[in-house]
Design a protein around this ligand. Structure first.
Ligand SMILES: *[C@@H]1O[C@H](CO)[C@@H](O)[C@H](O)[C@H]1NC(C)=O
Ligand SMILES: *[C@@H]1O[C@H](CO)[C@@H](O)[C@H](O)[C@H]1NC(C)=O
Length: 159
């Protein structure tokens, strides 16, 4: 929640730089819809006027800046394990593409995959926890593979 708020603050800060969402949509064409990760950058460089951490560790959440965040972790289900997220057929269903999960995927950098974790890495390259790679549904995976993406495909809060 906190990170979401901070992130929103930066998106708003970023707005006045003149980027129009419509321009991005125009760059997509039908052919690109079939490419998982188009080679050309589809998004502009990330700008935030203040990328620095606080001079001292903040004592109140309202003063936490994105660069102050040192660790990221996630719980969840297949939305967070990113089940089949980079797949192109039903054969990809067993694969959890944790490294491109919207919240905690750590694949490459912001230029490769826009995830919350990759955005936070722009503020703090030492961020601990982004998921580095994919895993297979139902098979034990080490923390080297999952990072702090502790989501489990199929889990819910009712059992
Ligand atoms: C996604 O799938 C494409 C096509 O199979 C592959 O080239 C690319 O490396 C994959 N990306 C990730 C992040 O797994
Ligand atoms: C995780 O990576 C570290 C460093 O490369 C290695 O020493 C360790 O054995 C790995 N652990 C597992 C469970 O793969």
């Amino acid at each position: 929640m906190i990170t979401t708020v901070l992130f929103s603050a930066c998106i708003f800060a970023y707005g006045p730089h003149g980027y129009a969402w419509g321009q991005e949509a125009d760059q997509y064409d039908v052919k690109n819809l079939h490419q998982k990760f188009p080679k050309t950058a589809m998004h502009p460089a990330f700008h935030c006027p203040d990328m620095k951490p606080s001079p001292t560790v903040p004592t109140s959440v309202e003063f936490v800046k994105p660069a102050d965040i040192k660790v990221i972790a996630a719980l969840g289900d297949s939305l967070t394990t990113a089940l089949a997220a980079n797949g192109s057929s039903i054969l990809s269903l067993p694969f959890e593409f944790r490294h491109v999960s919207w919240s905690i995927g750590g694949y490459g950098s912001y230029d490769d995959a826009i995830t919350l974790a990759n955005i936070l890495k722009l503020f703090n390259p030492m961020l601990l926890g982004p998921a580095p790679t994919w895993t297979i549904k139902g098979y034990p995976a080490s923390i080297n593979e999952t990072g702090f993406n502790f989501a489990v495909t199929g889990h819910n809060s009712l059992v």
